[in-house]
Design a protein around this ligand. Structure first.
Ligand SMILES: C[C@H](O)[C@H](O)[C@@H](O)C(=O)CO
Ligand code: MN
Length: 418
């Protein structure tokens, strides 16, 4: 059964060796690059705090596919299913609304114990956790403002939520032995013409300064800020814009989060990585797929996903770039969405690792742009797929589209019974 896979792999290895590429070294590197899967794909960003509540903050999960996870047990089972179909290392990215508690807990009162179930789950599976305060889908964010709110009491509430979130994040890192990247994203903005664009940004800056003022162990916790261009209902003005977040992360030397859907339609985050890395210590990537807007479609193996992976590999940013995903599609099987998007992100990383980067840079530096273009195009059709299949085989996950039958079975037995 596995013989053709192995034969194809042997031929592919030779083919890549002829191009100066050590396939085994590429796979060793791939085995060291975790992708942080976002928990919110499993339940359309509802969480367990108030699952019947409205998703606000200018984001939207569209679709009504059956089988949404309704509690932590179901969500963990779905993540387990997805992870079993994805090769290589994975992490899990949690939002604060995925807490577990028998009684209501206000956001500014969340504690590590509310996430003990997740830590137990992660420890058993040897995966790291990342975290996000949830500054949306709440009565105190209903007017579109949180950390930049005019009302000091509302601002304080969200500052305290983010401070509590940092303690949870640091606890994740300490418990699991791998730092948790905590991403602060706020939806704050205005629907229409905004006269004072300065004061909210000043308030946001002061609020985040307050949040990160307590020094936490960097071996346990990493702070990140995520910019955005616009949200639904905040089309004219976003307080945490790209300039705000880049400036903030650079001046405070914290991580900058680049979400592929948070820029103008023709702007790409792949081209921002090399610039941002000159000024910030780390990047968190939210690999996503905007279709005409920040639609958070499932990640494809498309040009931009490939370009993002190429940047990480070509500039050797392995220790400074954290790769996360951010999409939520409720119109297809949600577990399949995770599998498709995460496998595609990993395929892009593999293809990037199979590039003869030094040879390409040499051609570029010598001005031989003809050979550079020729080689880049020829590389696209080298047998990376045989390497991918062999890696799936080694990682004990299905090869090709074989994973789909597992998903179908899971759908019939589990998801449709919900
Ligand atoms: C759940 C959100 O998508 C996420 O927290 C944030 O990263 C974002 O991208 C908002 O558009
Ligand atoms: Mn994002």
């Amino acid at each position: 059964m596995t013989r053709p896979i192995e034969q194809a792999f042997a031929l592919a290895k030779q083919r890549y060796a002829d191009n100066g590429i050590d396939v085994e070294a590429a796979l060793t590197r791939l085995d060291s690059l975790p992708i942080s899967m976002h928990c919110w794909q499993g339940d359309d960003v509802r969480g367990f705090e108030n699952p019947q509540g409205e998703l606000t903050g200018g984001i939207q999960a569209t679709g009504n596919y059956p089988g949404r996870a309704r509690n932590a047990g179901e969500l963990r089972a779905d993540i387990d299913k997805a992870m079993a179909l994805i090769p290589g290392p994975k992490r899990l990215n949690l939002h604060a609304i995925y807490l577990e508690s028998d009684s209501p807990v206000e956001r500014d009162a969340i504690e590590p114990r509310h996430f003990a179930g997740w830590v137990d789950w992660a420890r058993q599976r040897k995966v790291g956790l990342d975290f996000n305060p949830t500054c949306f889908s709440h009565a105190k964010s209903a007017d579109g403002f949180t950390l930049a709110h005019q009302d000091a009491a509302v601002r304080r509430f969200w500052i305290d939520h983010c401070k509590a979130s940092r303690h949870i994040s640091a606890w994740f890192g300490e418990q699991l032995g791998t730092p948790s990247v905590m991403n602060i994203w706020v939806p704050d903005g205005m629907k229409d013409l905004t006269v004072d664009r300065f004061a909210p940004r000043q308030r946001l800056m002061n609020a985040i300064d307050d949040i990160i003022s307590e020094k936490l162990n960097p071996a346990h916790h990493i702070d990140a800020v995520e910019s955005k261009l616009f949200g639904i209902g905040a089309e004219s003005y976003t307080v945490g814009s790209n300039e705000f977040c880049l400036g903030y992360a650079a001046s405070r030397q914290i991580a900058l989060t680049l979400d592929a859907g948070h820029f103008h339609p023709t702007e790409v985050i792949s081209d921002k990585i090399s610039s941002a890395m000159l000024y910030v210590p780390r990047l968190l990537l939210h690999v996503s797929r905007p279709v005409r807007w920040d639609s958070d479609h499932v990640v494809l193996l498309d040009d931009e996903t490939q370009a993002i992976a190429n940047e990480i590999v070509r500039q050797q940013l392995f220790d400074r770039v954290h790769i996360g995903l951010d999409f939520f599609d409720a119109s297809i099987n949600r577990v399949a969405a995770w599998v498709i998007g995460t496998r595609n992100s990993k395929k892009a990383l593999l293809r990037a690792l199979l590039e003869p980067v030094d040879a390409l840079k040499k051609l570029e530096n010598s001005g031989d742009y003809t050979a550079r273009l020729a080689l880049l195009e020829e590389l696209k059709t080298l047998p990376w797929q045989a390497v991918w299949d062999a890696w799936c085989l080694r990682s004990d996950v299905p090869i090709g589209a074989d994973w789909l039958s597992d998903i179908r079975q899971y759908e019939q037995q589990i998801l449709t019974q919900r």
